[in-house]
Design a protein around this ligand. Structure first.
Ligand code: SF4
Length: 108
């Protein structure tokens, strides 16, 4: 029977490796994604958009929609996974389809 702790009849010594604590090192964080606003703020933003759309429910043309989505896809606040804006929390597939809706940082 062989024991993995023994080799050539001699017990292997456990070698203690120094732990890497990261102390003194600076981790480089690349383009941290902005956090979504609080749920309360998202609710207020949604209500504001709903008000704009209620006053002018005209749908955006498909060209305008595509133009808006192109701007969003290049934006630092764009969440590609959920197709949402991290600045306002809105779902962009819905919001960008209404002419009256506005980008929270006036990109469209
Ligand atoms: S709505 Fe405005 S802030 Fe939000 S992802 Fe689009 S361009 Fe960026």
């Amino acid at each position: 029977m062989t024991d993995s702790n023994f080799r050539n009849g001699r017990r292997r010594r456990r070698v203690q490796h120094p732990k890497v604590t990261g102390f003194g090192e600076q981790k480089e964080v690349q383009n941290p994604k902005p956090a979504y606003p609080s749920l309360g703020q998202q609710a207020r933003n949604l209500a504001q958009t709903a008000g704009q759309v209620a006053r002018n429910p005209k749908p955006a043309s498909s060209d305008l929609y595509e133009q808006r989505m192109k701007i969003c896809r290049a934006c630092a606040f764009f969440d590609a996974e959920q197709v949402r804006c991290r600045k306002c929390g809105c779902k962009l597939k819905g919001k960008a389809r209404f002419e009256a809706a506005k980008c929270p940082i006036q990109k469209w």
